[in-house]
Design a protein around this ligand. Structure first.
Ligand SMILES: [Zn+2]
Ligand SMILES: [Zn+2]
Length: 414
């Protein structure tokens, strides 16, 4: 069977295998003579299951650490040593160096190995394993990768690529993979951002956010939707909420924004220039409280009566119309690295309390899952068309000349 492969392939595998036995396993005929696509997908599935199982155990250990039972707290401490090694300020504490290496890292590895093993059963159940299909060697290769990764982390003293000592945690660049920015938020907020490699666990359980002790300023808190949203925010443990009007003087707004972490613009369908003025003013003056400066400020902008299906479903206009300018601006705000921007597209909503509460609950459902473009009450196809429109419109950003990627630099609307 090996003779059917080109000579260079044989030479390559034989040479590498002399130095690296795991690569020999990877290139073994039991793997590479099966469907490569199936092999890659099954390897990803097994790796994902390993990390997902650790995420479940991770979440349980955090619950145990808060238990009133001493035995459960002792169990939770197996993971808490990791949070002592890298604290909420993202500072490494060498006192817990060995605790982290001999308790946390083997715990993570054993969960991954068990999870990968569990992931094998559904593959076998649906008949994907066996001759000509997925080989058991795939599981062995995934296990080898997991073990090698952990050995490398141990050699590095527990300082892997996901543990960086930021002064302020930047925006996470991805919505799926857990990178250093995302994992840093777990150290800042240990009861949130539980996922270790893929954000799926946090999507499912709504742990991809934290509003704890945040100071909120809202324009439009007296509407039905605004009141329902405030109710949801209070349930999430925000520190304080200030309701303000757009008619306030600039000096009064500055005083409010100095003590604000999250600005919510929910006062009807504001003029775009007014919104940019307020966001600009907020970014220049927001000042975190001492000890609460690890995360970026946030802006939530609500657009009422925006039915994605009808407002943006028309073909892309040739000229930069008001709609295109609006979406370009939204995209530029979203890309700005100095604050987190969430755009809430609220479909036409009646005046009933029940409907307002349901819209507010839907808003928070998305935000708890890290939503940045938040469709509320939108038809699915309308949202899909809106997303494609936004994606296309990003190329028009230069035309509207949006600035402001550093605090204090003004935005300018075209
Ligand atoms: Zn960590
Ligand atoms: Zn943790």
């Amino acid at each position: 069977m090996m003779a059917s492969f080109p000579v260079f392939a044989l030479d390559f595998s034989d040479t590498i295998s002399t130095f690296f036995p795991y690569l020999q396993l990877l290139l073994h005929e039991n793997i590479y003579n099966k469907s490569p696509v199936l092999t890659v997908i099954s390897a990803l599935w097994l790796y994902f299951l390993g990390t997902f199982f650790f995420d479940i155990v991770h979440c349980i250990l955090h619950q145990c650490s808060k238990s009133s039972y001493r035995a459960l707290r002792a169990l939770g401490s197996l993971h808490m040593v990791h949070h002592l090694f890298i604290n909420r300020r993202l500072k490494f504490n060498q006192r817990y160096h060995w605790h982290n290496i001999f308790l946390e890292i083997p715990l993570e590895l054993s969960c991954q190995l068990v999870g990968t093993r569990i992931g094998w059963y559904p593959l076998r159940k649906v008949g994907l394993t066996g001759p000509g299909l997925i080989s058991e060697y795939v599981g062995s290769v995934v296990n080898a990768v997991q073990i090698i990764r952990v050995l490398v982390v141990m050699i590095q003293g527990g300082r892997d690529s996901n543990h960086i000592s930021y002064h302020q945690v930047p925006k996470s660049p991805t919505m799926i993979i857990v990178g250093p920015e995302y994992h840093a938020l777990h150290h800042v907020f240990p009861d949130r951002y539980m996922s270790s490699a893929f954000q799926i666990f946090d999507w499912i359980f709504g742990l991809n956010y934290s509003l704890k002790a945040k100071r909120i300023a809202i324009a439009g808190g007296d509407t039905g939707y605004g009141r329902a949203l405030l109710h949801e925010l209070q349930r999430d443990g925000v520190s304080c909420i200030k309701d303000f009007k757009l008619g306030h003087s600039t000096e009064a707004l500055v005083q409010i924004f100095k003590n604000t972490d999250i600005l919510i613009l929910a006062e009807g369908r504001n003029n775009l220039d007014t919104k940019i003025f307020l966001i600009n003013l907020f970014c220049q003056h927001t000042t975190p409280r001492p000890g609460f400066d690890m995360t970026l400020p946030e802006v939530w902008s609500v657009d009422f009566g925006m039915d994605a299906d009808t407002s943006f479903g028309t073909p892309f206009p040739n000229s930069l119309t008001q709609g295109a300018r609006f979406l370009s601006t939204m995209r530029a705000l979203y890309n700005n690295p100095s604050f987190v921007y969430r755009h809430i597209l609220l479909a036409s909503c009646g005046s009933g309390n029940l409907e307002a509460r349901s819209r507010a609950a839907e808003t928070m459902w998305w935000i708890r899952r890290g939503g940045k473009f938040v469709p509320v009450g939108q038809a699915l196809m309308g949202y899909v068309r809106l997303l494609s429109f936004i994606w296309w419109t990003r190329f028009a950003v230069d035309e509207v000349e949006i600035f402001g990627n550093v605090k204090g630099t003004p935005f300018a609307a075209g």
